[in-house]
Write a protein that binds this ligand. Structure first.
Ligand SMILES: *[C@@H]1O[C@H](CO)[C@@H](O)[C@H](O)[C@H]1NC(C)=O
Ligand SMILES: *[C@@H]1O[C@H](CO)[C@@H](O)[C@H](O)[C@H]1NC(C)=O
Ligand SMILES: *[C@@H]1O[C@H](CO)[C@@H](O)[C@H](O)[C@H]1NC(C)=O
Ligand SMILES: *[C@@H]1O[C@H](CO)[C@@H](O)[C@H](O)[C@H]1NC(C)=O
Length: 307
């Protein structure tokens, strides 16, 4: 069901509140509260940056995490059809599972067999995602097939006003339990403050016009042996309608020089075979204009599932 029935939506919003309050507000990997399913819809608030990603001629290995790209996984199903994607860095301040940081790789659109007689459809897909805590990791996978894995996010404010993000995934060490972060960054970026004047534009609900839904299409995920039980698998395909609202957009410059990256000494790949590119992705240059969305709200509706 795309939007769910009224009573189901009402019930799930009540359940969401109960679970969120029941967890005592402790949302880090150290918290002992069990990971529970917090069903969609979710309303999230945060600030983020989106770097436009031109299509690659063919997708590199690093498009997917090692778990999702293993042989027999359905997570890579579908035909990559470009044309534009994004890399997003987001700091959520308020969600149904507390605050967390997120790194998103959307290589572009994929064409797949849809729910209606298997007719082909084309939508954007998140192929790889890192989050800073286990509660959102579990729920992103279970609710929307979003292939979240854990990472440690190190944000540093620099003297010149810029901010450096270094991302240390738990799944680039080769340890199948993904129990600890890598010691070299899989991704790094220096974000310079907003260069644009305050546009004072108010995108209101929904930014994405009605009747032209922006959807994510996500293939079934394999389950992993994450040390927190944060890597559930899924059986069905999922399409999710997104609504972005209430934000002040701006433009920021982002330096994507990866320095020495996380390549194993003497090789051009890291410990799990992710390729090294000096600017992270084959189609990106060092300096990138990014859309900054300050204090945005996004709604993740329940996924329409099939298969
Ligand atoms: C329960 O959660 C709601 C919304 O998430 C919040 O407004 C309320 O203060 C919370 N109550 C308690 C007792 O934590
Ligand atoms: C979790 O616990 C470890 C070890 O006690 C500590 O070093 C770390 O800072 C804690 N992390 C958080 C997010 O509280
Ligand atoms: C984060 O990066 C800064 C600057 O490189 C470093 O001093 C600090 O130790 C790092 N913090 C963690 C938790 O790794
Ligand atoms: C934008 O909308 C919010 C409420 O949605 C309002 O508080 C704010 O004043 C608006 N800003 C502008 C510039 O219109």
């Amino acid at each position: 069901m795309l939007f769910g029935s009224f009573s189901w939506a009402l019930l799930s919003s009540l359940v969401t509140k109960t679970v969120a309050n029941g967890s005592g507000g402790c949302w880090t990997n150290n918290c002992t509260d069990p990971i529970e399913l917090v069903p969609a819809p979710w309303t999230l608030h945060g600030t983020g940056w989106a770097i436009p990603l031109p299509a690659a001629l063919s997708l590199p290995e690093k498009t997917y995490s090692p778990l999702e790209r293993q042989q027999g996984s359905k997570a890579t199903a579908g035909l990559y059809t470009g044309i534009f994607g994004a890399i997003q860095m987001i700091r959520y301040t308020d969600t149904p599972v507390g605050p967390y940081d997120e790194f998103v790789l959307i290589p572009g659109a994929f064409t797949y067999s849809g729910p209606y007689l298997g007719l082909p459809q084309t939508d954007l897909r998140v192929s790889r995602m890192y989050v800073s805590q286990k509660y959102t990791c579990y729920n992103g996978r279970a609710n929307w097939n979003i292939p979240k894995h854990l990472a440690s996010f190190n944000w540093t404010d620099n003297a010149d006003g810029s901010t450096t993000l270094k991302l240390y995934p738990h799944d680039t060490t080769g340890d199948e339990s993904e129990a600890y972060p890598a010691d070299k960054p899989f991704f790094q970026a220096i974000i310079y403050p907003d260069v644009s004047p305050d546009l004072s534009v108010n995108f209101s609900s929904p930014l994405i016009p009605e009747g032209v839904p922006v959807r994510l299409n996500q293939a079934p995920l394999p389950s992993g042996s994450g040390s927190y039980g944060e890597l559930p698998g899924t059986e069905t395909w999922g399409n999710t309608v997104l609504a972005l609202q209430d934000t002040t957009p701006g433009v920021a410059m982002v330096d994507l020089d990866q320095g020495a990256g996380d390549a194993v000494a003497g090789e051009d790949v890291n410990a799990v075979g992710d390729e090294f590119y000096q600017n992270f992705w084959p189609t990106l240059g060092r300096w990138n204009a990014a859309v900054k969305l300050k204090d945005f709200t996004i709604i993740f509706n329940p996924a329409e599932t099939w298969g």
